[in-house]
Design a protein around this ligand. Sequence first.
Ligand code: 1GP
Length: 251
Amino acid sequence: MKKNIYESLVAKKTAGQKSFAVLIDPDKVNAAKIEELTSLAINTNVDYLLIGGSLVISNHLDDVVQLVKKNCNIPVILFPGTPSQVSKHADGLLYLSLISGRNPELLIGQHVISAPFVKQSGLEIMSTGYMVIDGGAPTTVSYISNATPIPADKNEIAMCTAMAAEMLGMKLIYMDAGSGAKRAITEDMISMVSKCIEIPLVIGGGIKDPEKAYLNCKAGADLIVVGNAIEKDPSLIKEMSAAVHAVHAKV
Ligand code: 1GP
C-alpha cells in the first residue's frame, strides 16, 4: 500500500508538528537487533525509519528492509550512499544530490546511471538537496564524497544553497553533519536556513541527546534523524522521540 511519505511530511510541517526518524545502518544490524529497534520504534511513535549509509559493506539490504517491513508499519525510506543501495521492498527513497559539494558525479552523474532502475523500483522518490556541514572531524560521507563540507559557521552559504535547491524544484533539504560527527549542526544555522525555505528541513549527524533534538526542532528542523547514538543505546529512542514530538511550531 502506498504511504505518501512526502505528503505526510508536508502535512505535519503545515500543522507545526515535528517528525523523528531512526537511521538503520544495514552493516550494523542482525535479525535480533532489527526486532529490538522496530519494537522500540512502534512503542515510541517513531515517524520514519531510514535505511542506508555512506558506505555499506554487507550485501543484505533487501533482507534488512524486508525484515523491518515485516515487523512494523512505519514508513521505510532508503537513504542511499551509492546507487546500488536500492530495494524495491522499501516505501520511499531520498534521491540525494550533494549540493554542498562540487563533485559532478554526486550532483547528477550517478543519478543518470541509476535513473532507469530507480524509476522502475516503484518507490516514492523524494528529490533531496543534500548538504554536508562540517561536523568537526572527517566523516565517512565527507571522505567518500570527495567534496568539501560547508563550514559550520558559514550560515550564509547554507542559506543560499538551500534556497537554490528549493528554486531548482527539490522537495527536501537534508543538512547532515555526517554520521558520528563530533559537532552537530548549530541551531543558528538551522534557524537561518529554515526561515528562507518552505520545503521540509531534515537535520542529522552527531545528535547525541534528546535536548539537542529538541533544540534543533525549536530552531526550525522538521525531521530529526539519529543513527549512532541509538546504535549505542537503543533506549534513547523513547526520549528522543518524545523530545521531538514535544515541539509544536505553529507556522
Ligand atoms: C548520518 O544524519 C545521519 O547521515 C545520522 O547521523 O549517526 O551521527 O546520528 P548520526
